[in-house]
Design a protein around this ligand. Structure first.
Ligand code: GLV
Ligand code: MN
Ligand code: MN
Length: 419
């Protein structure tokens, strides 16, 4: 264990994210790719488990592949404050999205342990294995399991290599019939605290190192498949083609136009696109693309989804093509708990930072955990608001501030039932 004098809470959390930015914690040399239930995920769990033990926690992996370190309260079996975030990444992602919240949780517990202090509640640091959905189509599998809202149908979904989620769990050593055991009883969990980089430019523009989240935007994920007829690229005259490619191009422009004209933080993204079968000399038989639509409210998001869907259907009909639109995920907007948010704002203010309150356009495990318990979210400034990009960057002094704010929050945490 590092000597107490070497341990600067927050600074060490940042350094540990950097340690985990390369293989074996990444699937790919020269990039950070750490997807759910891969060897890179296993490597992260193994190292993090050691760090949790050094910090004074007892550690287990639950049935959904979440790593959980527990630091007991002043009395045994005390109710639990859960603190954490996710350790999976997008492809070629940054080092801090998710991982920083987990490492800050470990620093928080180690700070208490070094001081031989315990709170009236237990603290569990949780490293969710899947938040991004970068391997399987749906995201937040692990927090859903903990909140008890996981639809077992996700077990039948497949990754790009045709491996089902059920098979991936089994290969990881976790029998899928035990998945429900990851669910926590609401009576046992008093709250969930998640620290996370902002992933947007608001705090940097306001020259603030920290912020307090009031709500997380609603999001919907759809897969669109436009089908025509595959054919020879050299012999099929333009007028005789049923090419889904130009239809997909029109559809993507419609997404941009409809979302740009929307309100309530409406945004739409086509992040994945595939022409099938995918060859220079073949007119594609089908184009598949993903659609991610978000807004501050489900109503604004759903209005956009309806407009986009009917526009795509009109484009496809005009071109004599077919379309299938499959809903992959539907997450309502999630307000953070007002009382806890006030307490977190007070903790931020106690660290000398004006507690700016802001919305989160990014999704977070906290929006799922809100179905289990009250939630609070602390944001850290990130450089240029850049995220889901290897250029993601966080300042060390902001991480130190975050560690102090989290400690102030748990020191003052009001355990009354409304807290
Ligand atoms: C996760 O980062 C998301 O917002 O999709
Ligand atoms: Mn992310
Ligand atoms: Mn994240």
């Amino acid at each position: 264990m590092a000597a107490a004098t070497d341990f600067i809470p927050g600074a060490r959390a940042l350094a540990r994210c950097d340690v985990m930015g390369v293989p074996p914690y990444s699937e790919v040399e020269g990039q950070l790719v750490r997807r759910f239930l891969t060897p890179a995920h296993r490597a992260a769990i193994d190292t993090l488990r050691g760090w949790m033990i050094e910090a004074g926690m007892s550690v287990r992996i639950d049935a959904a592949a979440n790593l959980i370190g527990r630091y007991e309260g002043a009395t045994p079996h005390a109710p639990t404050l859960m603190v954490g975030s996710h350790i999976d990444t997008v492809r070629n992602g940054g080092r801090y999205d998710g991982a920083l919240g987990v490492m800050l949780g470990v620093d928080l517990v180690e700070t208490l342990n070094v001081a031989e202090r315990r709170r009236p509640f237990a603290i569990e640091v949780i490293a969710f294995g899947d938040e991004e959905g970068s391997r399987f189509p749906a995201s937040m599998t692990c927090s859903r399991a903990v909140a008890g809202t996981l639809d077992p149908a996700v077990l039948a979904t497949h990754d790009a290599d045709g491996v089902s989620l059920a098979e991936a769990f089994a290969a990881f050593g976790l029998p899928t019939n035990d998945l429900a055991q990851a669910a926590r009883a609401p009576s046992d969990v008093i709250a969930f605290l998640e620290a996370h980089i902002e992933q947007g430019p608001v705090l940097e523009a306001a020259d603030l190192g920290l912020g307090v989240v009031i709500a997380i935007a609603a999001q919907k994920r759809l897969m669109v498949k436009i089908t025509g007829a595959a054919g020879h690229a050299g012999t099929t005259p333009m007028g005789l083609r049923r090419d889904p490619g130009p239809a997909a191009a029109e559809a993507i422009l419609a997404v941009e136009r409809i979302c740009a004209g929307g309100q309530d933080g409406l945004v739409g993204t086509v992040g994945r696109i595939a022409a099938l079968p995918g060859a220079f000399n073949v007119i594609p038989g089908a184009i598949e693309f993903s659609l991610d639509i978000r807004a501050a409210t489900s109503a604004a998001r759903d209005a956009a989804v309806v407009a986009i869907t009917s526009e795509i259907e009109a484009i496809v009909a005009r071109r004599g093509l077919d379309v299938a639109i499959e809903r992959m995920q539907d997450l309502a907007e999630s307000p953070c708990d007002p009382a806890l948010t006030d307490q977190l704002a007070a903790a931020v203010a106690a660290c000398g930072v004006t507690p700016r309150r802001l919305q989160s356009g990014a999704g977070h495990d906290a929006m799922i955990m809100a179905e289990l318990c009250p939630t609070a979210m602390l944001f850290l400034r990130c450089k240029g608001g850049v995220s889901h990009n290897p250029a993601e960057s966080v300042r060390e002094d902001d991480c130190i501030l975050a560690a102090r704010a989290m400690l102030a929050f748990i020191d003052a945490l009001d355990l009354s039932p409304t807290a």
